[in-house]
Ligand binder design. Structure first.
Ligand SMILES: *Cc1c(COP(=O)(O)O)cnc(C)c1O
Ligand SMILES: [Zn+2]
Length: 448
C-alpha cells in the first residue's frame, strides 16, 4: 500500500486540511475539528461486490481472515497487514428475534439483534480497538490511554497487551459498572480515578495525551472508528448482503453512530450497496444532548456547516446549571459527546432520527431482550426501548426490517440486572422464589 492512499482529513469543509496517516492527531491541528480517515479508492483493490468477502471464511486459519474486522480489510485499508492487531474480535451474531418482535407488535422475521456482547472483552469497542492499536503499532506508539465509562477501558486493557503498549485508564468517580472495572483491573491497566465525571475525564485525558505524547484510543481517534464500521458489514453479511430498513443504536460519545454513517456512505460511493438504511440513535433521557440539539434546537449537518454557536450555547447552559448527566445506562452517561458533529453527519447520510428513553423503559426493554436469551447491559437495551417509541409514533412500520445493535454483554453490569429483577413491581421482573429446605414443599411449589 502506498502511503498516499490513506490519509486523515478534517471534517470541516471550510478547513478540509489533510494529514498523513502516520501522524498521531486527535483533532485537526488547524481548526480543532474532528478528523476522518479517507482513502483514494481508485488506487486501492476494492472488491467488486460485497459477497466477495464471504470467501475469506474459507481461509479462517489466518487470524486476519478470522477477525470480523480485518476480514473487511479492503474497506479500511489504512495499514499494512504486518501491523494489524487481532484477538478474534467481531465473531458476533445477528439474531432474528421473532418472540420479541411479536411482543412489540411487529411482523415475524423483521426484527434482528446484532449481539456485540460476544466480542473478546464483551462489547463492540473491540472492533474499534483492533483498528486503533493497529494504527498505534504502525506509528510506533509505546503507551496508550483513554477516558472511559467502562467498556473502552476493558477493551483497551485487553488490546494493549496484544501489542505491548502500556495502558492507562481515566475513570470518573461516579458510576462504573463492576463487570467493566474488574476487567480493567484484572487485565493490568493503570487506572486513574478522577474526582469528576466522564466528561471531565475526557477533557483531562486529551491534554495528558497531548503533553506526554501518549496514544489516545477514545473514539476521537479516527482510526478506531474505522474498525467499528465493520459492525455494519457483518450485519449486511448475515442478511445475505441485503440492506435492512433501520439500524438502531444507543448514543453515548456517538462514535458508533458516526462510524455506521461513514460505512454506509462509503459502500454507496463504491457502488457496493444501492440503498442506505435509516439510522435511529437513542439517548437516555438523563444524557440527552444529541436529542436536545437535534430535535429541539434543529442542529443539522448542513453540508458540513454545523452551527457551532448552537452547540456552544447549549454547553454553557449546561455549565450554568451545573448539569451532570444521570442514567442507569452508564455507557451512555455522557453530556458532551465528542463525535457530535460526525453523528449529525451520519444522521444526514442515513436520513436518521433521534429519540430519548427513560431509565425505566431501558430496564424493561433489557429484561424483555434477556427473556429471549440474548442478555445485554442497560445502554444496549436503549435500542429496543427506542424502537417501541418509533413503532408507536409510526416512524418505523411494523413490517420494516430493523436491526438493534446490542452493544455490550449482560454480565458487564450484573447489579442493574439483579436490582431490576428483585423488584416485584416491574413488568418483566423474574425474582427468585423463596421456599423452605423441604422436598415436599419444593415439589408442591413446582407442580403449582
Ligand atoms: C461505548 C458504549 C456505548 C456508546 O457508544 P458511543 O459510540 O460512545 O455512542 C453504548 N453501549 C455500550 C455497551 C458501550 O460500551
Ligand atoms: Zn480543520
Amino acid at each position: 500500500m502506498k502511503e498516499a492512499q490513506a490519509y486523515q482529513k478534517c471534517i470541516n469543509p471550510r478547513c478540509g486540511a489533510e494529514f498523513d496517516r502516520m501522524e498521531i492527531l486527535f483533532e485537526c491541528p488547524r481548526c480543532g475539528d474532528l478528523l476522518d480517515v479517507c482513502y483514494r479508492w481508485d488506487k486501492l483493490p476494492v472488491p467488486k461486490k460485497l459477497s466477495d468477502f464471504s470467501k475469506k471464511w474459507a481461509d479462517r486459519q489466518n487470524p486476519l481472515n478470522f477477525s470480523g474486522v480485518w476480514r473487511f480489510g479492503e474497506l479500511l485499508p489504512f495499514c499494512e497487514e504486518k501491523y494489524r492487531v487481532t484477538i478474534g474480535e467481531g465473531q458476533t451474531v445477528l439474531q432474528p428475534c421473532c418472540g420479541l418482535a411479536a411482543e412489540l407488535g411487529m411482523r415475524p422475521n423483521v426484527l434482528y439483534l446484532q449481539y456485540e456482547g460476544l466480542n473478546p472483552s464483551g462489547s463492540f469497542k473491540d472492533n474499534g480497538m483492533a483498528a486503533a492499536y493497529s494504527h498505534a503499532r504502525m506509528v510506533g506508539a509505546t503507551a496508550s490511554a483513554c477516558a472511559s465509562t467502562g467498556n473502552t477501558s476493558a477493551s483497551m486493557a485487553l488490546y494493549s497487551h496484544s501489542c505491548g503498549l502500556k495502558a492507562t485508564v481515566f475513570i470518573g468517580e461516579g458510576k462504573i459498572a463492576f463487570g467493566k472495572l474488574s476487567q480493567a483491573m484484572d487485565y493490568g491497566a493503570y487506572t486513574l480515578q478522577i474526582a469528576g465525571d466522564f466528561d471531565d475525564c475526557m477533557r483531562q485525558v486529551q491534554e495528558v495525551c497531548r503533553q506526554l505524547k501518549i496514544y489516545l484510543v477514545n473514539s476521537l481517534n479516527p482510526f478506531r472508528l474505522e474498525g467499528q464500521k465493520t459492525i455494519m458489514y457483518r450485519i449486511l453479511e448475515q442478511m445475505g448482503w441485503e440492506v435492512p430498513d433501520w439500524i438502531v443504536v444507543p448514543g453515548g460519545n456517538l462514535g458508533n453512530s458516526s462510524s455506521f454513517g461513514k460505512a454506509f456512505a462509503e459502500l454507496k460511493e463504491l457502488g457496493l450497496i444501492e440503498r442506505i438504511p435509516r439510522l435511529a440513535v437513542i439517548n437516555a433521557s438523563g444524557a440527552d444532548t444529541l436529542s436536545e440539539l437535534y430535535n429541539e434546537r434543529g442542529l443539522r449537518w448542513n453540508g458540513g456547516h454545523v452551527d457551532q454557536e448552537l452547540i456552544a450555547d447549549y454547553y454553557s447552559e449546561l455549565d450554568a446549571k451545573h448539569y451532570r448527566p444521570n442514567t442507569i445506562a452508564s455507557a451512555i452517561e455522557i453530556s458532551r459527546p465528542v463525535n457530535l458533529k460526525k453523528c449529525v453527519r451520519a444522521l444526514d447520510v442515513c436520513n436518521g432520527v433521534v429519540r430519548t428513553v427513560s431509565d425505566e423503559e431501558i430496564l424493561d426493554a433489557k429484561a424483555q431482550i434477556g427473556k429471549y436469551g440474548l442478555g445485554c447491559e442497560p445502554a444496549s437495551a436503549a435500542t429496543v426501548a427506542g424502537l417501541k417509541h418509533l413503532l408507536a409514533d409510526g416512524t418505523i412500520g411494523r413490517d420494516e426490517r430493523v436491526v438493534c445493535v446490542l452493544t455490550g454483554h449482560l454480565l458487564k453490569d450484573p447489579n442493574a440486572t439483579v436490582n431490576y429483577h428483585s423488584q416485584m413491581k416491574r413488568p418483566f421482573s423474574n425474582p427468585p422464589v423463596q421456599v423452605p429446605n423441604d422436598l415436599e414443599k419444593i415439589i408442591a411449589l413446582m407442580k403449582a
